[in-house]
Ligand binder design. Structure first.
Ligand SMILES: *[C@@H]1O[C@H](CO)[C@@H](O)[C@H](O)[C@H]1NC(C)=O
Ligand SMILES: *[C@@H]1O[C@H](CO)[C@@H](O)[C@H](O)[C@H]1NC(C)=O
Ligand SMILES: *[C@@H]1O[C@H](CO)[C@@H](O)[C@H](O)[C@H]1NC(C)=O
Ligand SMILES: *[C@@H]1O[C@H](CO)[C@@H](O)[C@H](O)[C@H]1NC(C)=O
Ligand SMILES: *[C@@H]1O[C@H](CO)[C@@H](O)[C@H](O)[C@H]1NC(C)=O
Ligand SMILES: *[C@@H]1O[C@H](CO)[C@@H](O)[C@H](O)[C@H]1NC(C)=O
Ligand SMILES: *[C@@H]1O[C@H](CO)[C@@H](O)[C@H](O)[C@H]1NC(C)=O
Length: 613
């Protein structure tokens, strides 16, 4: 690891759970730094999860400055939306009066000025400005605290001259709460947003530290997740057969001139109603209800009508569809009926796999496995070539154990689906019409029609200067292709249980409770609290005025380091969600360490540090 990376790693581990506190004493020279960690099993319905809290006080003179420490666990959900106001109109992007191209084109990565001879210069000013106009847009963000539970684990001024560890348990009622996953905000917050949604959720532990002088600080001590469990579904029919038509996904930002021009050129040179129609016939051998960790086997056959496009390749992949039902509801009732259909891929929300120890296999490698490499592929896929002679492909996808089970939470719902992407090629004539003959010839020196014959493709691979030896040649007709998609409904099951569990949003559901030790308890009923983010903060994030849709200016911004650094200054309540240590990972480390006989002994024959005082 190089020095810079090391420094960042150290920074990341210490900053997360540390807060400085001035202890008692009048001199102000007695800062006390406290660290908190939680390791614990995941939560699950009708389950008692075990865990431990570890507290470490850095300065020796602070060992007796802590009166008590409580541990809190809470489920927070976050939702955010930007939608058009009733009857609001976004101004058109007009041709600029000054048609001189900017003189820094080369530094922006436009290598051939000749490609830009027919370029029209537009004035994006009024359009960009409209994106942060509160007369045009409504922004709203809120956090919903679904429940919170707390227990005191250390009291009576314990001696923290060394780190202390205390066990606790979390008892969960027969209720399914949402699984948690690692989210990332689409795009950069510094780009302008039109219609937009985002949501996230986290289960996090907070150590509430009471100092002897009466002051209290909250320390983030780690996050966890919930594993909802489902009844085994009744037997499904096998094989599962499904038929669907491939469609071109409408491009985003259709009101931008650069998008508009591409679409118009394509329609002129390759009229939509003369293109072939492609229909997928899918057979899934073992049905469309699959348990995580199992393979999904099937065949896709594509039937085409005689038209101007020809199938060339197909890929089958697992995808995660998130539906922002809360945002869509607010937008449509708030005067933006087209919100959902105009939402762009990048203004939507994208999740990865669920939070799971399966994503951390590298942490558990033994010395022998040190150099082996493995990672969980959350989105497995299978690619193949299709021709008229062989219009089908057999596939087998391993559904990862981290696949997100279908679940609806307060702000959005998520489901896993099988996405088919069909690449279809059009003629050279159409390509020359779309791109201009010269440009097309420059890009395509040699063109290869794809063949489904593996041996020919392998041989072709030996006759060029870029295909690695022993690999099949890759088709280079991508410059005159379109990608069409269709989605096959499948159901990915989470954990299976014998006992039914209620959905957490059903009325009057109880919530988990944290305890120092097992006891008979009544589960408290969840009392969700919704806190709206101050409008000024939401606006700073979704309505800032620095972004632009101008293609030249966006490139300048992209290279502007000062601007990128400003990204961190934008307030975002969800930025810390699922940051820090995953309690489930630390818990597994404890178990694996015990299995491997790795014990931790204190320096001077003191108590075993794992033992609670
Ligand atoms: C904490 O101590 C520092 C000096 O070490 C002092 O500058 C600061 O004002 C103190 N903060 C509080 C909240 O007392
Ligand atoms: C037109 O734009 C170019 C480059 O953006 C600039 O150098 C020039 O001064 C402008 N001309 C007028 C008349 O504004
Ligand atoms: C706290 O524990 C340390 C080491 O176990 C011991 O040396 C020290 O005297 C203890 N302090 C108090 C106030 O009991
Ligand atoms: C910790 O401090 C808070 C606020 O001062 C207080 O409400 C709470 O009862 C204290 N907890 C313990 C265990 O002393
Ligand atoms: C398919 O279309 C091509 C050209 O558009 C035409 O020459 C051919 O006869 C058509 N074939 C059938 C079966 O319609
Ligand atoms: C870079 O971004 C900063 C902050 O947004 C801005 O003040 C500055 O003018 C930009 N620099 C360039 C070269 O665009
Ligand atoms: C609003 O933003 C300011 C400035 O970033 C921040 O200090 C404050 O904590 C934010 N308020 C809320 C409620 O998030």
């Amino acid at each position: 690891m190089n020095q810079a990376l090391l420094a960042i790693a150290i920074l990341a581990t210490t900053v997360v759970a540390s807060l400085s506190h001035n202890g008692t004493g009048s001199t102000g020279s007695s800062d006390c730094t406290v660290h908190a960690w939680v390791r614990a099993e995941n939560l699950a319905p009708s389950y008692v999860s075990h865990g431990e809290l570890r507290i470490k006080v850095v300065q020796a003179h602070c060992a007796d400055k802590i009166a008590s420490v409580a541990l809190r666990l809470q489920l927070d959900e976050f939702g955010e939306v930007k939608h058009l106001r009733q009857d609001a109109v976004i101004p058109d992007i007009q041709k600029a009066n000054n048609q001189t191209l900017p003189d820094d084109l080369m530094s922006l990565g436009y290598f051939r000025a000749s490609d830009l001879t027919n370029e029209v210069v537009y004035d994006y000013g009024p359009y960009d400005k409209a994106m942060s106009d509160p007369e045009i847009w409504v922004v709203h963000a809120e956090e919903r605290r679904a429940w919170s539970t707390e227990v005191t684990l250390f009291e009576n001024n314990p001696n923290f001259s060394r780190p202390l560890v205390k066990p606790f348990i979390v008892a969960s009622p027969a209720v399914n709460f949402p699984p948690s996953f690692n989210n990332y905000r689409p795009g950069s917050t510094l780009d302008l947003y039109q219609r937009h949604v985002y949501s996230d959720l986290e289960y996090h532990y907070i150590a509430v530290v009471n100092f002897t002088d009466g002051r209290t600080v909250d320390l983030r001590a780690g996050y966890t997740t919930f594993s909802p469990a489902f009844l085994k579904p009744s037997v499904t029919t096998t094989p599962f057969k499904w038929t669907g038509t491939f469609e071109e996904k409408e491009g985003c930002s259709k009101d931008l001139p650069q998008t508009r021009k591409t679409l118009d050129d394509r329609e002129r040179c390759l009229p939509g109603d003369l293109r072939s129609v492609f229909v997928a016939e899918v057979t899934l051998e073992d049905g469309n209800v699959i348990q995580r960790g199992n393979p999904l086997k099937g065949r896709v056959t594509v039937r085409a009508t005689n038209g101007s496009t020809k199938m060339s390749g197909i890929s089958v992949s697992l995808t995660n569809i998130r539906t922002p039902h809360w945002a869509a509801e607010r937008a449509t009732t708030g005067g933006d009926p087209d919100f959902n259909s105009l939402l762009c891929q990048w203004s939507g929300i994208s999740g990865q796999g669920v939070i799971s120890v399966d994503s951390f296999s590298h942490v558990f490698k033994t010395k022998d496995e040190e150099h082996s490499f493995s990672f969980t592929d959350n989105y497995p896929s299978h690619h193949g070539v299709l021709t008229e002679a062989k219009p089908f492909m057999d596939f087998e996808l391993q559904i990862p154990s981290t696949a997100i089970p279908d679940f609806s939470s307060y702000y959005s719902s998520t489901e896993t689906a099988l996405e088919l992407s069909l690449t279809v090629a059009y003629s050279r004539d159409a390509a020359e019409c779309i791109m201009g003959a010269d440009a097309y010839k420059r890009y395509i020196a040699f063109e290869d029609e794809p063949t489904a014959d593996d041996v020919s493709r392998l041989e072709d691979g030996l006759w060029d200067s870029y295909t690695p030896v022993g690999e099949q040649v890759r088709s280079n007709i991508w410059l005159r292709t379109l990608t069409l998609k269709t989605t096959v409904p499948i159901v990915v099951l989470g954990d299976i249980s014998e006992r039914p569990a209620e959905h957490y949003l059903a009325l009057g559901q109880p919530s988990p409770i944290i305890l120092a030790s097992p006891a008979d308890v009544m589960f408290p009923s969840a009392q969700p609290v919704i806190i709206e983010e101050p409008l000024v903060n939401t606006s700073a994030r979704l309505m800032h005025s620095e972004g632009t849709f101008d293609p030249y200016q966006s490139r300048r911004n992209f290279h502007n380091w000062t601007r990128l650094m400003a990204y961190n200054e934008i307030p975002d309540p969800s930025a810390q969600y699922n940051q820090g240590n995953y309690a489930g990972l630390l818990w597994k480390k404890k178990l694996v360490a015990e299995e491997r006989g790795i014990t931790v002994t204190a320096d001077e024959g003191a108590q075993h540090p794992f033992v609670a005082p």
